[in-house]
Design a protein around this ligand. Structure first.
Ligand SMILES: [Fe+2]
Ligand SMILES: [Fe+2]
Length: 278
């Protein structure tokens, strides 16, 4: 396939839209809505427009239909397709209903599709299970993702795997402690079947690691970030770090690679403690 010199895809994550109070006050959630609107305006203003925007989960706070109505009202204003996958705060039922055009798998809310007019495959792996904050993959999902990566690799296509929960430990212990069932098995799949890049959410901040030979990254959220505290004594806290999204540039090279940039669209303040359920 002949394609442009580079293709840019965007990663928007952890927008946490809500209409409820959830103990933080309605103003907190109104701010998340405002931030998503400003991210959409910024994405539409990119001089090298992203071909698609991938939403790597926790798109709403509590899975409600009303929250997805706000989400879809705002993301429908994007000049390019918005391809969502669920995080632990999403509802797999309502995300499917809200984005019926996505080629959802039947038994898990994963999908795999080609970026229009390119040979780039995006493979979104659902790492959620109802009632669980941490990650989850079973044998069926492991087999599915390995097969999807193999198909792209055999066709020499760049392939980006998107997950909500990252397949690496971050060192932010209270978040890592949420756990990930099937973690070792998923890493083994990525080591044996390396995709071009792995992008994730859940931690709300830029983090980069390596899984086998593949670069794996977490993108910054548009909502408040998990506080950066790497001490073993770190207490759960969030911080108003600068928000934005990722731009992944994929050059039309012989050897597929992804170059990741961060677009900042807002400013910072101080950390605040929060209550979490693990
Ligand atoms: Fe989140
Ligand atoms: Fe999450």
């Amino acid at each position: 396939m002949v394609r442009a010199e580079q293709v840019v895809i965007a990663q928007l994550t952890d927008t946490h839209i809500s209409v409820g109070d959830h103990g933080l006050g309605q103003a907190y959630w109104d701010e998340n809505t405002r931030r998503l609107r400003s991210a959409v305006r910024s994405l539409n203003a990119e001089t090298e427009p992203p071909a698609v925007v991938i939403g790597t989960g926790d798109l709403v706070e509590c899975g409600s239909t009303a929250a997805y109505e706000i989400l879809t009202e705002i993301t429908s204003q994007l000049n390019m397709p918005f391809w969502p996958l669920p995080g632990n705060h999403d509802s797999r039922v309502n995300i499917r209903k809200s984005f019926p055009e996505m080629p959802w798998e039947e038994n898990h809310a994963s999908w795999s599709q080609e970026v229009p007019d390119t040979d780039i495959q995006v493979i979104a792996l659902d790492t959620t299970q109802a009632g669980r904050q941490g990650g989850f993959v079973d044998a069926e999902r492991l087999e599915w993702v390995a097969d999807q990566i193999d198909q792209a690799t055999w066709a020499r296509k760049p392939c980006v795997v998107a997950t909500h929960h990252p397949p690496f430990l971050t060192g932010i212990d209270w978040m890592d402690a949420m756990g990930f069932e099937g973690f070792d098995e998923l890493r083994a799949v990525f080591i044996e079947h390396p995709p071009t890049q792995i992008i994730s959410g859940h931690f709300h901040r830029n983090i980069t690691a390596q899984v086998g030979t593949t670069v794996a990254s977490v993108g910054i959220a548009t909502t408040m970030h998990i506080n950066l505290d790497l001490s073993n004594a770190a207490v759960p806290s969030i911080i108003n770090d600068p928000i934005g999204y990722q731009l992944l540039s994929i050059p039309n090279d012989e050897e597929p690679q992804v170059i990741t940039h961060t677009r900042f669209i807002d400013r910072a303040s101080v950390a605040r403690p929060i209550q979490v359920q693990i």
